[in-house]
Design a protein around this ligand. Sequence first.
Ligand code: HAM
Length: 404
Amino acid sequence: MTIRAPKGTDDIVAPTSRIWRRLLRVWDELTERYGYDVVFTPLFEATELFARGSGEDTEIVQKQMYTFIDKGGRSLTLRPEGTPSVVRAHQHADFHKVAYWGPMFRYERPQAGRRRQFYQLGVEYLGTGSPISDAEVIDLGHRYLQDVGVPDVNVALNSIGDPECRPTYQRALRAYLRAREDQLCEDSRARIDTNPMRVLDCKVCGPLLTDAPTPVEYLCEACTLHYEQVKAELAGLGVPFVEEPHLVRGLDYYTRTAFEYVATRLDAAQNAVGGGGRYDGLSEAIGGPPLEGVGLALGLDRIVLAMGPQKAAPALDVFVVVTTRALWPSARGLVADLRRGGYRVDYEPEDRSVKAQFKAASRRGAGKVLVVGDEWKAGKVAARDMVTGEQWEIPIEEVSEWLA
Ligand code: HAM
């Protein structure tokens, strides 16, 4: 009996994995161009980090964490998100713009775009409260989605205030929710007192509360100014956005800016291909020094879904065929030279017929084939274009030119 991948997890194999590889490459290059360093943090953490960081009262911490006791009796959790770890890792660092990618784990009810192991691409911009940094992060996510070709993405933007103005808003929201208590689900009723903004994020009750008071109506002067500056900066960058006054996020650490990238072609329940916001109190919540920050995470699995069916690009530039094993040392040298020259090159390691080697070449999607045969002694190889079927004899020193 074969053992399957656990429920809600996936084996991402070629050709699909080729699309993933491209998406990771674009992410790496783009974040580098925006001045982001890269960071790798543990896949498992002290449970406490997420309880205090992501928020004791969130769906993620209450219901979705993979928590276990290790052989040393410690409570550990597979990371459901990257932000608390990345903030922890930079509390005493002097570089403050970092990018990351990797698997995250949430015990969810699996469906397309909602996995138990899923992959995020993220950045955190730490050490500044400037609205310019909020706008840069939003722009970066938007740029990425454009560059990789995710169609029909809206940037939804909101400000949810800070510890100064939020209590006033929460009072107003509580009063509103109490007046409708009988229409709310059990979880939401329990949260009216502890964390009323979570109710707006409830999948069942949230959509019914369209006339609830919004955080923006209650922003203090400093938060209002910050929000105005973020919007002006986004306009200056040419990033289109839609203000969503009821947008709240599924994590508790956000202050001021909150945003999501919505791929309108996906089902509403899974159409957020990314999200983020500012979290000026997170560092202190996990026991560190004050450290302002803003960041985002994009969901790779959802991006691939939103891109729709894709033809994965060929994995090889050229396949080297050898007519007889005696010529293998020459072929091996050609393969090595071409690889050093930056080409993606492969060959058949078994002693197979020329026909079988050509079959392997087309199975691998190689656009071109070079045949090392009798002409090698005369300093030549046969070169075939696999698309047109044309074949030439070319001098070995002109192979690079032909490939280019
Ligand atoms: P989040 O909204 O929880 O934010 O997740 C970000 C993105 O990860 C979502 O928009 C979605 O695309 C993807 N995602 C989340 N859960 C799943 C799942 N079960 N299956 C597939 N994709 C999923 C955060 O995680 C924050 N750490 C973002 C952030 C960074 N805020 C500030 N800095």
